[in-house]
Write a protein that binds this ligand. Structure first.
Ligand code: SF4
Ligand code: SF4
Length: 116
């Protein structure tokens, strides 16, 4: 998480600010662990919205937060996560394989396979 103290810990490994997300796919493309995906959302300006589909696979690398151009996705600190009895995952072969599938699915969530 950005350490300015201005972003409140949401009690989960990674979370989003829907108001800021421009559906650019960047965070999905950089996540190594298949945590994120895009979903169609008619209420969003671009018709899509980022979705945290597999928060339990988040390894806390911060790549999504660091690469988001719109300050729309945040990652917990280890300490904040520990304060609610949680910890980041390890990168597994399953997570890596899921990420490959998400990329192949045009960055869309895997339950939307083949619809984009
Ligand atoms: S990088 Fe940021 S703006 Fe782009 S899809 Fe992800 S959360 Fe939304
Ligand atoms: S912190 Fe890393 S593993 Fe977690 S969602 Fe962001 S990019 Fe993926």
């Amino acid at each position: 998480m950005i350490s300015s103290g201005m972003i409140e810990f949401a009690g989960v490994p990674v979370w989003i600010n829907r108001g800021n997300c421009k559906a650019c796919d960047i965070c999905v493309s950089v996540c190594p662990s298949g945590v994120l995906g895009m979903r169609y959302d008619p209420t969003s300006t671009l018709g899509a919205m980022i979705s945290v589909d597999n928060p339990d696979s988040c390894i806390g690398c911060n790549d999504c937060e660091l690469n988001c151009p719109d300050f729309a996705i945040y990652v917990a600190s280890k300490e904040d996560l520990a304060s609610v009895g949680k910890k980041f995952a390890k990168l597994t072969d399953d997570s890596k394989e899921r990420q490959v599938k998400i990329i192949s699915n045009n960055y869309m969530s895997l339950d939307l396979q083949g619809v984009k």
